[in-house]
Design a protein around this ligand. Structure first.
Ligand code: PGA
Ligand code: ZN
Length: 398
């Protein structure tokens, strides 16, 4: 039985306040978790309130429905209590940031009570022995860095890695190699919100550099390192004009599909997230059709981890992968339901961080628990390596 829920403000990686929750159980279990936050958020995500408001409202409405009322190990009841306390679809009242922090802290407390690792509690004994391939953000711009690339994320995808540890080190090595190539070219580069290099270069130069870096590191490590993107195209789309804007270059939706399909061909992309605007289910379907099953077309802003939007996408054939961000929907139960629905319908689940993160490692456990083929949680930087290092540890003990 949960005896106490504590909430406080802590810092996220951008230096903004976020919600941290601590859950204590009657049998001495303890769990702590913190909500991440997005910068290129989808329009249909659950509501994130200012941390202090979310905390005050959760203390008033949610905590009394949980303390002394539900068991930490009964995740569905914890999450149902959060939903009942809130009363809205999108957690407008207590904030999805309070909800997800409490939801994840309860799971962590339950695992502690059992003396089991979190992935084991979440995934049980039937997950098999699959480990996710980490997608590592090595160059980025968009909403995550001013004056850098238009495409938000250029990702290393070490699909041939024999282990999670090898994959994690390979991604960091690609990040390093990109830094070296930028230095050779005399391009100054700071880092964006997720630790990726954020140089003021054209997207075409970023493609060149990442292709060179992945090839070079693949040669060193002796396994295949693929190339992926998060276009985050909603941020490029001018809905009034009906065009995608890359600086002075404009592309109509048809031209955008042609452009991305061309990139898939030219760079053998294994993964493309949000290639089109978040409302364009049909465009997603056209592109998914064109690229075939070798390339994952992944919906982030399109689906926002929401089972109803996912169902719409399944109906339309809009994608072959689902990005899973628990804070987009507010509870672990909802994130699990979306993941399960995706898998049942042949979509690959990809468990993901946000651009604003903390040292929280829940998503690493979620990725292992759900046997997700990919996890997206950066390449370098403490709030990113917190998850990556947890994956390395987990692989050793699982
Ligand atoms: P966000 O970006 O966390 O800023 O939304 C990550 C993503 O678009 O995948
Ligand atoms: Zn995205």
């Amino acid at each position: 039985l949960i005896t106490e829920v504590r909430l406080r403000r802590v810092l996220d990686s951008r230096g903004n306040p976020t919600v941290e929750a601590e859950v204590t159980t009657e049998s001495g279990g303890f769990g702590r978790a913190a909500a991440p936050s997005g910068a290129s958020t989808g329009a249909h995500e659950a509501t994130s309130l200012p941390a202090s408001e979310a905390i005050a409202s959760a203390r008033e409405h949610a905590v009394p429905r949980i303390e002394g009322q539900v068991y930490a190990g009964d995740q569905r009841s914890v999450d149902a209590a959060l939903r009942a306390a809130d009363g809205t679809e999108s957690f407008d009242e207590i904030g999805a940031n309070s909800a997800v922090a409490i939801s994840m802290a309860a799971a962590t407390a339950a695992a502690d009570t059992l003396g089991a690792p979190l992935y084991q509690h979440l995934g049980g004994a039937f997950r098999g022995n699959e480990f996710p391939t980490p997608l590592g953000n090595v160059i980025g711009g968009g909403e995550h860095a001013a004056e850098a690339t238009h495409i938000q994320e250029f990702l290393a995808a070490p699909v041939g890695a024999p282990s999670v540890a090898d994959a994690v080190f390979a991604n960091a090595r690609v990040h390093g190699a990109v830094g070296e190539i930028l230095a050779e070219r005399d391009v100054a580069a700071a880092k964006g919100d997720e630790g990726a290099w954020a140089p003021a270069i054209d997207d075409s130069e970023a493609f060149e550099i990442v292709a060179e870096a992945t090839e070079q590191v693949a040669g060193e490590v002796g396994f295949d390192i693929g190339f992926g993107l998060d276009v985050a195209a909603t941020e490029l789309y001018d809905a009034d004009e009906g065009v995608y804007r890359y600086g002075d270059t404009e592309r109509t939706p048809d031209e955008q599909i042609e452009y991305v399909a061309g990139l898939v061909d030219e760079y053998d992309l294994v993964y493309v997230e949000d290639p089109l605007d978040e409302e364009d289910f049909e465009g997603f379907a056209d592109l998914t059709d064109q690229v075939g099953s070798e390339t994952l077309i992944c919906g982030d802003d399109l689906f926002v981890t929401n089972t109803e939007r996912l169902d719409r996408g399944i109906e339309a054939g809009a994608a072959n992968a689902l990005l899973v961000k628990p804070n987009q929907i507010g509870t672990l139960s909802d994130a699990f339901d979306a993941t399960e629905r995706a898998v049942e319908n042949g979509l690959a689940p990809v468990i993901s961080h946000r651009s604003g993160e903390t040292e929280d490692t829940t998503i690493a456990h979620l990725a292992v628990a759900t046997a997700a083929p990919f996890v997206k949680t950066g390449a370098v930087g403490g709030e990113r390596t917190a998850k990556l290092n947890e994956l390395i540890r987990t692989e050793e003990t699982a």
